[in-house]
Design a protein around this ligand. Sequence first.
Ligand SMILES: Cc1cc2nc3c(=O)[nH]c(=O)nc-3n(C[C@H](O)[C@H](O)[C@H](O)COP(=O)(O)OP(=O)(O)OC[C@H]3O[C@@H](n4cnc5c(N)ncnc54)[C@H](O)[C@@H]3O)c2cc1C
Length: 364
Amino acid sequence: MEHRDVVIVGAGPAGSTCAWKLRQSGLDVLVVDRASFPRDKTCAGWITPAVLEILQVAADHYGQGRVLEPIAGFRVGVIGGRSIEVPFDRPVSYGIRRCEFDQYLIERSEAEFRPGTAVTSLRRDGHHWTLNDQIEANVVVGAGGHFCPVAREINPRAGPEPAVVTQEAEVLLESGSERAAQPGVPEFYFTPDFKGYGWVFRKGLYVTVGLGRQDSNHLPGHVRTFLEFLESRGRGLGARRITWKGHAYLLYGSSRRNVVGEGIVLVGDAAGVAYPRSGEGILSAIESGRLAAETIAEARGDFGQGKLGTYPRRLRERFGQPTSARGISRVAPERLTAFIGRRLLGSQWFVRHVILERRFLHAA
Ligand SMILES: Cc1cc2nc3c(=O)[nH]c(=O)nc-3n(C[C@H](O)[C@H](O)[C@H](O)COP(=O)(O)OP(=O)(O)OC[C@H]3O[C@@H](n4cnc5c(N)ncnc54)[C@H](O)[C@@H]3O)c2cc1C
């Protein structure tokens, strides 16, 4: 039987940030992931500068040999309607590829890493956990994303959850289809009922296209309508077959999951902490990973719910009191929502200051 102070299940941005910080505290950490790395993750790969700041990653260093597309403008509109381009005078975000980004972070953490290892069983034995009948840990960090087995362990009766559902594809641009997406200017198009949005976004030689919604009704139909809309604008990806990947995740406020248990802490999508106003999940994954590491380090070996119980308070201090995400679509009938939404999206001021700066770029 092996033994570690902390075993982290999942090597996405939440798990690797937690590992990086715990290593700095001198703890004995093992990260396991069921995937072989580098691995793809269904994600558009848009990050705000705060991500690099918190991770203490210099953009020019990261950009050597990896995709780091500076973003200095956005195009925002409604599917089937008009759109507005809003330029900025500096890079306000970046585009990354998750296969590169996640590999970089787990290597940089300097934690012991075991890819290709799925956690299939978790058992409480006295004061520690036993994973897969092989590894003992004083603390287990659940960083396995939305379907994390550690999250299930402390939320056995979670039932159906109000997750954001998505379909996405990241494809290599073929010559002749460069018009599919303009470099440096991601495009967001809201669905007419404002319950979700589609995006098309160029990152180096790749383009990501996808759509996410807060209700799962007719998702493939919404994706088809979005692609037809792009096609009608001359922005199609050509005749190739696109392999779509689906995924779900919870927004902060809509998640009711317990995030701590006896010797357990959840981070990232396992905890349901993505930003409700934009769906950005990488930033909150690394922030929750950092807060979990601080909580574990400060517990100094006392890993009961008492000491680890300060973690939910830290999350609230950082992300605010959880309240269900509100939008005009929650309080107004669908046709009124569509009318108000279209009018607001026709205003440069509203798109720049409210949608982009306040909701997407955390200017407040
Ligand atoms: C289509 C889509 C687009 C998105 N676009 C963006 C975006 O542009 N910007 C943004 O900020 N956020 C975006 N998000 C959200 C973002 O991808 C997530 O919030 C983020 O990846 C969460 O990171 P994480 O570390 O919690 O989990 P993940 O990145 O999902 O990592 C979890 C890891 O756990 C591993 N794992 C799972 N189960 C087990 C097991 N049993 N044993 C061992 N390992 C296991 C998995 O293999 C995986 O590597 C998007 C999400 C989707 C679905």
